[in-house]
Ligand binder design. Structure first.
Ligand code: ATP
Length: 260
């Protein structure tokens, strides 16, 4: 394998009885879940159910009050190698004074110049931004800026890509395009992807595996394997009776969770 190939052996992540309290406020309670290697998993849940808290714990930015997270067989106790994260707020995650290529290269400062340039180009191609390398983020649409943020994450050759409400700040058309981009990238690279969203349609469209959380103190209400065929597209997949059935089931689970 050459150093510029993005494909990597995928990671697997396990949450084992993860709880998190903030003072007296128990945010998540004994979450046990598996994120299968080389698949797209989605965490969906009502507002305030602890989705962001869980992502911070998984990414080693925060520690659980109880339980443990294991990534690639090792317990997470800091930001693990092989993990990259994409946030909802692309405007805050990109440096406005840096052109696209420098934004993507920024986390690769420890690599040699040639390797860095190769990875930047490869990531730019992967997200369909060829020719936009010398633009500044503020010269781009929101969707293009989020592509830059995704390219920056990919350039580090992650085995696990974590995404926190990645498309919540873009319009519906752009959101659909970015969902398809994610599916294409994942199919090509075979990396493990974990997306947090509150959008039920998005969760079913993207996922191989959905982890539905309840209201706080959150527990896993159910995990669902999404057996819809791939490749998916917005028209065929979303009119598939199985899509409608799974979406109805997730909606019911979330409604029940909110009525608790
Ligand atoms: N740093 C913190 N200090 C105190 N409480 C916190 C902190 N972070 C989160 N919480 C609490 O933990 C619970 C879960 O919050 P979290 O932001 O993880 O939920 P979420 O599902 O991501 O919410 P949303 O969907 O609204 O973004 C909430 O009750 C929140 O107030």
């Amino acid at each position: 394998m050459t150093s510029t190939e993005l494909t990597r052996t995928s990671a697997q992540l396990s949450l084992d009885g993860v709880s998190k309290s903030y003072g007296d406020n128990l945010a998540v309670r004994s979450i046990t879940a598996e994120v299968p290697a080389g698949k797209v998993s989605v965490i969906v849940g009502p507002s305030g159910c602890g989705k962001s808290t869980l992502l911070r714990i998984i990414s080693g930015l925060d520690s659980p009050t109880d339980g443990a997270v294991t990534f690639d067989g090792a317990r997470v106790d800091g930001v693990p190698d092989g993990l990259a994260m994409v946030f909802q707020d692309y405007a805050r995650s990109l440096f406005p004074w840096m052109r696209v290529d420098r934004n993507i290269a920024f986390p690769l400062r420890n690599l040699g110049k040639a390797e860095r340039a190769a990875r930047v180009q490869e990531a730019i191609d992967a997200v369909g931004l060829s020719g936009k390398e010398k633009l500044y983020p503020w010269q781009m649409s929101g969707g293009m800026q989020q592509r830059v943020a995704i390219a920056r994450a990919l350039a580090s050759h992650p085995t696990l890509l974590l995404m926190d409400e990645p498309y919540a700040s873009v319009d519906a058309q752009t959101r659909a395009e970015l969902e398809d981009l994610l599916l294409q990238i994942q199919a090509k690279l075979g990396i493990t992807v974990l997306v947090v969203t509150h959008d039920i349609d998005e969760s079913v469209y993207l996922a191989d595996h959905i982890i539905v959380l309840s209201t706080p103190p959150s527990v896993v209400a159910e995990t669902i394997d999404v057996d819809l065929p791939r490749p998916r597209d917005h028209i065929t997949t979303k009119t598939d009776p199985r899509f409608v059935e799974i979406r109805g089931h997730v909606t019911q689970l979330l409604r029940r969770a909110e009525d608790r």
